[in-house]
Design a protein around this ligand. Structure first.
Ligand SMILES: NC(=O)c1ccc[n+]([C@@H]2O[C@H](COP(=O)([O-])OP(=O)(O)OC[C@H]3O[C@@H](n4cnc5c(N)ncnc54)[C@H](O)[C@@H]3O)[C@@H](O)[C@H]2O)c1
Length: 336
């Protein structure tokens, strides 16, 4: 049982303020930050009255119970392990790590240290996800037939220029591993993790090492079929759309709100109102806050962790299976 609600942040870039605000709103006491760029840490901390740690070691030596990782994706695995090895709980932005073996190492470290790594997947903490999941679990959709996920995003060249974004080493992938992971994780939470994946990726517009566009077909465990498209190259971007069609009912979710429902009554027509398909900074604090409430309760042994490292590992497995299939030209089995 941890009564200690003291927290620290690693990485003071774009997503850091969402973490700070959401952690504070959820009841954590954020005391300091570390960034390998001292200027970024000083600018972030100064305006918010936080302590700046001079090194990762200093941060890890402090009396915090939780550390939130807001650094480039390729650093997540190593940082999560270092945090848990110091007896603290790790909160790690998506993707939890870039490969399945790295995700498994995080899970082994959880076992060894008795601490957890809580990967971020804020859509699983949205009203729309909870409502549709409950209806699916109650059988209100009947036998599921297809799930169709469309993510036609746009990112400007400046988003990638001179950044870790779009690199193999630090982003691990593009339209799917960075942006599309949100929709894919939501789809897998609702329909299960696919047992077979066939995909094709391409870099069609941006000057980046990873894919800016991908398509895939999926087979879910009960035979339900799925289709995904994901891109960051669609200049006229559109809201993320997930259509779930069952024998008795269908629903279309746009971003985190229900756009239409047939054969079923669902109430969640209002989402958070943030649309990051065209603006990477348009992120709702509320959904992170919902997730942080659960993480803090889990650290205090008051609730089970709702979204775990195993969930995040399986989503990374689905995405990396699309990459593998694209390379080999044959269907791939995600390493679930
Ligand atoms: N959940 C979401 O909706 C969401 C949205 C945006 C970003 N993200 C994720 O958040 C993470 C960070 O993204 P961002 O856009 O804030 O990046 P960013 O580039 O804006 O900020 C990253 C910061 O981390 C610092 N940094 C880099 N390596 C470090 C290290 N080893 N130790 C300490 N500091 C280090 C950099 O100096 C920089 O200040 C990524 O993994 C991204 O996928 C999630």
């Amino acid at each position: 049982m941890s009564e200690n609600k003291k927290a620290a942040l690693i990485g003071c870039g774009m997503i850091a303020d969402t973490h700070l605000t959401a952690l504070q709103n959820a009841g954590a006491d954020v005391i300091g930050v570390y960034d390998r760029n001292p200027g970024a840490a000083a600018a972030f901390a100064g305006a918010r009255g936080l302590k700046v740690y001079d090194s990762l070691e200093d941060l890890l030596a402090d009396e915090t119970a939780l550390v939130s990782v807001c650094t480039p994706s390729g650093t997540h695995g190593e940082l999560a392990e270092a945090i848990m090895e110091k007896g603290k709980y790790a909160i790690v932005e998506k993707p939890m790590a870039l490969t399945v073996p790295e995700c498994r190492r995080i899970m082994e470290t959880e076992q060894r240290t008795g601490r957890f790594c809580a990967p971020i997947s804020q859509l699983r903490f949205s009203r729309v996800y909870r409502e549709v999941k409950a209806a699916l679990d109650e059988g209100q959709f009947g036998r599921m037939i297809v799930g169709l996920l469309s993510m036609k995003y746009y990112r400007a060249p400046s988003y990638y220029a001179g950044s870790w974004r779009g690199t193999v080493k630090m982003d691990g992938g593009g339209a799917l591993m960075n942006q599309g992971i949100h929709g894919i994780d939501m789809m897998c939470g609702l329909l299960g993790y696919p047992v077979s994946v066939s995909g094709k990726t391409a870099t069609l517009l941006h000057d980046i090492e990873v894919e800016d566009t991908a398509v895939a077909s999926l087979v879910f465990p009960d035979g339900t079929l799925g289709v995904i498209d994901g891109s960051t190259a669609i200049t006229h971007a559109k809201a993320r759309r997930l259509e779930l069609c069952g024998a008795k009912a269908s629903v279309t979710i746009e971003e985190d709100a229900i756009r239409s429902a047939e054969g079923i009554t669902l109430s969640c027509e209002e989402g958070s109102g943030y649309n990051s398909y065209s603006d990477p900074t348009a992120i709702s604090t509320l959904l992170h806050e919902n997730q942080f409430r659960n993480i803090l309760a889990a650290a205090a042994d008051e609730e089970a962790l709702y979204y775990t490292s195993r969930d995040a590992m399986r989503t990374v497995a689905v995405i990396t299976a699309v990459y593998e299939s694209s390379k080999t030209g044959t269907a791939a089995v995600p390493l679930l």
